[in-house]
Design a protein around this ligand. Sequence first.
Ligand code: URP
Ligand code: ZN
Ligand code: ZN
Length: 490
Amino acid sequence: MAASGEFDLTIRNGRISTASDTFHADIGIRNGVIAAVAQNLAPGREDIDASGRWVLPGGIDSHCHVEQLSGMGVMCADDFYSATVSAAFGGTTTIIPFAAQHRGNAIPEVVADYHRRAAEKAVIDYGFHLILSDPTEQALRHDLPQLIRDGVSSFKVYMTYDRLKLDDYQLLDVLEVADREGALVMVHAENNDMIRWIARRLVERGMTAPKYHAVAHDPIAESEATHRAVALARLMDVPLLIVHVAGLEAVRVIHSSQSLGLPILAESCPQYLFLTQDDLDRDGLEGAKYCCSPPPRDAASQQAVWDGLLDGTLQMYSSDHAPYRFDASGKLPKGDQTTFKDMANGVPGLELRMPLLFSEGVLTGRMTIERFVAVTSTNHARTYGLHPRKGTIAVGADADVAIWNPEREVRISAGMLHDQVGYTPYEGRTVRGWPEIVTSRGRVVVRDGDLRVERGSGQFLKRGTPEPVLRQRLNGNPNSIMRKFFSQDA
Ligand code: URP
Ligand code: ZN
Ligand code: ZN
């Protein structure tokens, strides 16, 4: 048994779950790291009695937009302080937001700017993905390889949004660099021309209410682009991650590509489990609060996303927190004349991501607690090069822990949340289960409804090579067009 005072913090008598097991034990934390997981540890200098509580790895939200200019040129409502505080109150202890390159921006300067802003404000640990909108020779040959060495080992690319989209030729260029240098490509898969073509005709006919956003973003635009992105990755024989999967057909495309043995990964988000396109059809412009891309779809798609998260077709559940206020700064740039084409795309979700799934997935019996840990934390760490430091409860891992009270009922309202958005799409719902105490590297971040850490105390996480990329390297990419015909370059 450990001597009293050996640990800085102990969490005792809790029911611990990881992505693979559930057991009762104590956790001893020293210097920010888990030093022991065993029965009957002596109290540390600080002691938390977790009797009756579920002790889980802190969440990792690997898809969120913070202090970022969107694809439509709108600034997010949350900065690195409000976003990380909000995340922590919802049980998340690591975020991986985006450093967004807009065309003409030099990548090193873009990333340095995000570093400066996050270092000043974040209260929990963070990494970055790069949003790549301008794959110049300079970017492909120098900037991206350097960025990967600096720990930004994933890039998001867009197939839609005029200001961000890459064409298929450019996507192949990016996949080639990612393969050679060891990065993972994440793709926003929607067919830009289908969306533009439908949107124009809707607007010409005066069909401009928020509900028409879901008409313009037809599920076929999503499934076609998903299929095309998979084909491009297949040509290169490299892993690819499809983000924010919304539609049943897209889930099927992903599932069938995985059945062929292709290294395709996928993520979905609360809005595709808990909202539908009917939410966009609320009175007046209220539907703008539910407008994101891809949009929430019908009950069959909702079911397909649930099934995909449960059966492993989708490995990750992120928020895609894209915070815009319900005013001229975000959702309503033209006041009551705002059309679906003008409103900022995106919904908030950093704080409620985990409580919604804990309540509606785990406590209803739909999802095991181990799968919950996998899709909210462990799989993100593995996929993005943070494992085993983050995403699990094990000796040697950072002491990032969320202690959940499974009995606590919370009625959701915008006023209780810590973001700067001013509304929530989940207003008025009641969830059961809440993360009451949250630690990050052994520091108690949230307890008794209070924030207990300083602004700027979060740390940048230099990420390693993503596991899907390592796996593919072991396998040697035998079907890659590069290996087959251009082996001297590969
Ligand atoms: O509507 C969304 N999802 N907005 C955020 C930007 C993105 O594409 O993820
Ligand atoms: Zn996206
Ligand atoms: Zn996003």
